[in-house]
Design a protein around this ligand. Structure first.
Ligand code: TRP
Length: 447
C-alpha cells in the first residue's frame, strides 16, 4: 500500500509545496487588510505570537498524523485511532476544504480579471475610478463566475498531474518566482516618497486597538495563512518521506510564510500612505487601492501586471492544496480514479463557489446570520472550523495518541535527536489547546 502512494521527491520539493500551500491570498490579499482594519503593528504582534505558540506546533502535529497514518486526513485518523470517532476531525477538514475552496476561488478569479485589466490598462477613465471599476466588475455575474471557473480548471489541471508531477513540479517553479516578484515590488514601494509612514503603521504597535475580536481575527489569520486546522498538512504530511526532518520543515515553512506576509505588507502599506489613501479598506484593498497607486506610479502598468500575476500564482499553489485534501479522500476512501476524483471534487466546490461569487452581486441580499454568503463561508471556515480543527488535532496528539509513537515519528525512529520533545508535548497538551479555546470562546462572545 505504502509503495503505491505517490510522494514528494526532494526536500526542496516538500518545502516548495508546503510553502506553496501556506503562501497565498491569505498572505497577500487577506493579511494586509486584516492588519489595516485591526491596528497595524498591534495585529502583527498578536499574529506573530499565535504563529509561534499555536501555528508551528499544529503544523508539526499535522505532519506527524499524516506521515504516521500514510493516508488522507480522514484515513489517517482512522489508522491512528481505529474504532474511535477521531476520524470526524478529518471529515470536518474535508468539509472545510470545500467551503474555503469556494470563496477562495472567487477572489482568485478576480485576480485573473485584474491581470487582463492591467494589460489593457483600464483601471480608470474612461471606465471610471478604480473603486468604480472594481464595484462594476465584482458585483456582476457573468465575468466573475467565468474567471472563477477558469481558476478552478487551472487548479484541477495541476491536481490531475498528481503529487510529484503536479503539485511538487509546479510549486518548485512558481514559489521562487513569487518571492522574486514580491521583493521587486517591496523595493519599489519603499523607494516611494513618504514610505516611512506606511512602515510605521505596519511595525509600530498601537495596543489600544486590540480587543477580543482582533485577537480572534489574528488567530483565524494565523491558522488560515499556515493552512492548518483542516487536514491540508495531514494530507501533505502523508507524502513526506520518512527520512525528512518534520520539525525543521515546520519551522522553515512557518517562518517563510510569515516573512512573505510581512513582505506583502511592506509592498502595500508604504504605497498606500505615500498616496494618501486609507489602509482600512477591507477585502477590496488590493483591488481598489493598488490600482489607484499603479495608475499614479511610473511604470505602473508593468508593476500592476507583475502584482496580479504574482497573486494568481500564490492563489494557485494554495488552491491545489485544498483540492488535494478532497481528491486524496475520494481516491483512497472511495477507490475513485484520480481523474474522476478531481472532476467530482472540482465540480462540487464550483457549485458552492458560484454562490459565493454571486453573493457580491445578484445574491447580495441572501444573508445568513446577517452576513453575505461569502462572508459567512469565510467566517465559518476561518474563525470556527479551523480553530476547532486545530484544537482537536493537538488534543488528539497531546492526550490520546501514544506518546512513544509520536516521539518515534518525530525522531524518524530514533535517528534524530528530539531534545525539545518535552516542550513540544507541553505545548500541545496545555498551551495550544487552552489558548485556542480561550480566544475562540471569547471571540464568539461566549466567554
Ligand atoms: N494558506 C493559504 C493562504 O494563505 C490558503 C489555504 C490553503 C488554506 N490551504 C488551506 C487555508 C487550508 C486554510 C486551510 O492563502
Amino acid at each position: 500500500m505504502n509503495q503505491q502512494r505517490d510522494s514528494f521527491g526532494s526536500k526542496f520539493g516538500v518545502f516548495a509545496a508546503v510553502v506553496g500551500s501556506a503562501v497565498g491570498l491569505g498572505n497577500i490579499w487577506r493579511f494586509p487588510y486584516m492588519a489595516g482594519e485591526n491596528g497595524g503593528g498591534a495585529f502583527l504582534i498578536v499574529y506573530f505570537a499565535f504563529v509561534l505558540i499555536i501555528g508551528i506546533p499544529v503544523v508539526i502535529s499535522e505532519f506527524i498524523i499524516g506521515r504516521r497514518g500514510q493516508s488522507n486526513s480522514y484515513g489517517s485518523f482512522r489508522k491512528l485511532a481505529p474504532g474511535k470517532p477521531w476520524y470526524l476531525v478529518g471529515l470536518m477538514g474535508i468539509f472545510a476544504a470545500f467551503i474555503i475552496l469556494a470563496f477562495y476561488s472567487t477572489v482568485a478569479g478576480w485576480t485573473l480579471e485584474y491581470i487582463f485589466l492591467s494589460v489593457k490598462n483600464i483601471f480608470s477613465s474612461p471606465a471610471g475610478t478604480p473603486a468604480e471599476v472594481f464595484e462594476n466588475f465584482h458585483t456582476g455575474s457573468f465575468l466573475p463566475v467565468l474567471w472563477q471557473l477558469i481558476f478552478m480548471i487551472l487548479t484541477a489541471i495541476i491536481i490531475f498531474g498528481g503529487v510529484q508531477k503536479g503539485i511538487e513540479k509546479y510549486s518548485k517553479i512558481l514559489m521562487p518566482m513569487l518571492f522574486l516578484l514580491l521583493v521587486i515590488l517591496s523595493v519599489k514601494a519603499i523607494s516611494l516618497p513618504n514610505s516611512s509612514e506606511g512602515l510605521k503603521f505596519l511595525f509600530k504597535p498601537d495596543f489600544s486597538k486590540v480587543d477580543s475580536n482582533v485577537i480572534l481575527s489574528a488567530l483565524g489569520q494565523a491558522a488560515f495563512s499556515l493552512s492548518i486546522g483542516m487536514g491540508c498538512l495531514i494530507t501533505y504530511g502523508s507524502y513526506i518521506k520518512k527520512d525528512n526532518n518534520l520539525t525543521k520543515m515546520a519551522f522553515s515553512v512557518s517562518i517563510a510564510d510569515m516573512c512573505i506576509a510581512i513582505l506583502a505588507g511592506v509592498a502595500i502599506f508604504p504605497a498606500i500612505f505615500s498616496f494618501g489613501l486609507s489602509p482600512a479598506q477591507g477585502p477590496g484593498l488590493v483591488y481598489i487601492v493598488l490600482p489607484e497607486i499603479f495608475e499614479q506610479m511610473t511604470g505602473g502598468t508593468f508593476f500592476s501586471l507583475l502584482f496580479f500575476v504574482l497573486l494568481a500564482i500564490a492563489a494557485l499553489t494554495s488552491s491545489i492544496s485544498l483540492l488535494e485534501v478532497v481528491v486524496a479522500y475520494f481516491t483512497e476512501e472511495f477507490k475513485m480514479k484520480r481523474s474522476t476524483a478531481t472532476i467530482v471534487a472540482t465540480s462540487l466546490s464550483a457549485v458552492l463557489g458560484v454562490f459565493t461569487t454571486l453573493s457580491f452581486g445578484p445574491l447580495k441580499n441572501a444573508a445568513i446570520f446577517k452576513k453575505s454568503i461569502f462572508d459567512s463561508c469565510d467566517f465559518l471556515a476561518t474563525n470556527i472550523l479551523l480553530p476547532l480543527g486545530a484544537f482537536f488535532i493537538v488534543v488528539f496528539l497531546g492526550w490520546f495518541y501514544d506518546k512513544k509513537q509520536t516521539k518515534d515519528e518525530l525522531s524518524n525512529h530514533g535517528t534524530l535527536k528530539v531534545r525539545l520533545f518535552p516542550l513540544f508535548m507541553f505545548i500541545i497538551r496545555f498551551i495550544a489547546p487552552l489558548a485556542i479555546l480561550l480566544v475562540f470562546l471569547q471571540g464568539l462572545g461566549i466567554f
